[in-house]
Design a protein around this ligand. Structure first.
Ligand code: SF4
Ligand code: SF4
Length: 144
């Protein structure tokens, strides 16, 4: 099967159902995927990091930092499975980012390069519930 000709998302999802593994799916047709949208993690994830989103991502697009997660747009297949899973509504499709969150597109790109992939749900920080919905959290983002 020539994977490179399978451009539509529906074809990628069909390949998944056929058992083509995620590493191969992440490699195919990257230019096509970047012509489409990726999803972006924004401020409300900072200090929350519940990781419910990680459990549903079919291509392991999430990367974990000390108190925030980032999505690698080169891997994200725009499936929208993660958005409803986030209990603090931190994930947006990139063309639906609020005006004051536009810079998170670039931040996700850079942090995904810096941090390791996370593939399993981990316990949220003990004080996560206290930080959900708090604004102005960007000052607490730890980049290392
Ligand atoms: S579910 Fe939401 S808050 Fe939790 S890690 Fe994912 S994006 Fe961050
Ligand atoms: S939209 Fe979310 S679940 Fe789907 S591939 Fe992208 S990061 Fe993963």
């Amino acid at each position: 099967m020539n994977l490179a000709i399978c451009k539509p998302l529906s074809s990628i999802l069909a390949l998944e159902k056929l058992g083509v593994n995620h590493e191969i799916l992440a490699e195919i047709d990257t230019p096509w995927r970047r012509k489409n949208m990726a999803f972006v993690v924004t401020e409300n994830c900072i200090k929350c990091k519940y990781t419910d989103c990680v459990a549903v991502c079919p291509v392991d697009a999430f990367h974990e930092g000390p108190n925030f997660l980032a999505i690698d747009p080169e891997v994200c297949i725009d499936c929208d499975l993660c958005t409803p899973e986030c209990p603090v509504d931190a994930i947006y499709q990139e063309d639906a980012l609020p005006e004051n969150m536009q810079h998170y597109r670039e931040l996700n790109i850079e942090l995904a390069k810096l941090w390791p992939v996370i593939t399993e749900v981990i316990p949220a920080p003990a004080d996560a519930d206290e930080w959900g919905g708090v604004t102005g959290k960007e000052q607490y983002l730890i980049i290392e």
